[in-house]
Write a protein that binds this ligand. Structure first.
Ligand code: ZN
Length: 117
């Protein structure tokens, strides 16, 4: 499953942050996932409960996903529009030809630590 591969990557990166900052455990990992990435948040949550158990620093932590809307710019008329509600079609001229200008990223936005401060 594609999502598990991504989650192992996330665990690696969080592991590095944990090491660099000399912390033992994180409480939440916040991801920013674009709609245009084809990542399914439900699978991410399911996978996370499995993966977080394999790393001491992630055990019992929470996954938070911020979904970023996919926005396209029409190659025909230049209109910028949200792709999902328009089913990929320009609401202005009806063209499917577009450049995706937002919603393609997958990144770790934040690692949260609760309490202890
Ligand atoms: Zn257009």
């Amino acid at each position: 499953m594609h999502e598990l591969t991504l989650l192992f990557g996330v665990a690696d990166q969080v592991g590095r942050v944990v090491k660099e900052n000399d912390i033992d455990h994180v409480d939440a990992v916040v991801l920013e996932v674009g709609e245009a990435t084809a990542v399914v948040p439900e699978f991410m949550y399911d996978g996370y409960s499995v993966i977080s158990d394999e790393y001491d620093f992630l055990r019992g932590s929470e996954l938070i996903i911020n979904v970023v809307k996919a926005v396209g710019r029409c190659r025909n008329c230049g209109k910028e529009y949200e792709i999902a509600p328009n089913e990929g079609k320009c609401p202005e001229c009806g063209s499917f030809s577009k450049e995706i200008i937002a919603g393609q990223d997958f990144l770790i936005k934040e690692v949260r630590l609760y309490g202890d401060c």
